[in-house]
Design a protein around this ligand. Structure first.
Ligand code: ASC
Length: 151
């Protein structure tokens, strides 16, 4: 009887540990995934920011290429913010991401709308409009960081 209970408890503990370990791996991968996507987007958008500020020469073809990357990249990070991925690796994501999902989603949608517009505007070759839209897109990045990313 005692032996059966011990075996049962040992199995239970092993099971709980296996689940915790699996979740930790999954969470760690999700966090690294979303950070990778956001970092890649930041690299590409940073080049457009430099162009908009005149730190890099304006080039229509380059602007189109990078804006199209940013438009696609802006769709990717969000699935990396699944349930339970508030911890498991170092992250600046605030608890609000999971507490206010509707608001978080709304800001994702706004970013994706701005990046889609950025790609469209880049294709027109209108430099002034492109620069203005880089500003609007950067604002959409910042709006989300204000409430959902720790400093
Ligand atoms: C960038 C970048 C961001 C945004 C943000 C704009 O280039 O990496 O996260 O712009 O700083 O507010």
């Amino acid at each position: 009887m005692r032996g059966a209970l011990t075996a049962f408890l040992a199995t239970l503990v092993a099971g709980v540990m296996a689940i915790a370990y699996a979740q930790d791996i999954k969470s760690d991968r999700s966090i690294k995934y979303r950070q990778g996507a956001l970092t890649t987007m930041s690299w590409q958008f940073g080049m457009l920011g430099a162009m908009a500020k005149g730190e890099r020469p304006y080039n229509k073809d380059e602007a189109i290429k990078r804006a199209s990357y940013v438009a696609e990249l802006s769709k990717l990070p969000w699935e990396g913010f699944g349930p339970g991925t508030d911890q498991g690796a170092p992250t600046k994501a605030k608890p609000e991401v999971w507490k206010e999902p509707a608001k978080f989603k709304d800001l994702q949608d706004k970013l994706m709308a701005e990046t889609a517009k950025l790609e469209m505007v880049a294709k027109t070759g209108d430099e002034a409009a492109f620069k203005a839209q880089v500003g609007a897109t950067g604002k959409a990045c910042g709006n989300c960081h204000d409430d959902f990313r720790a400093k």
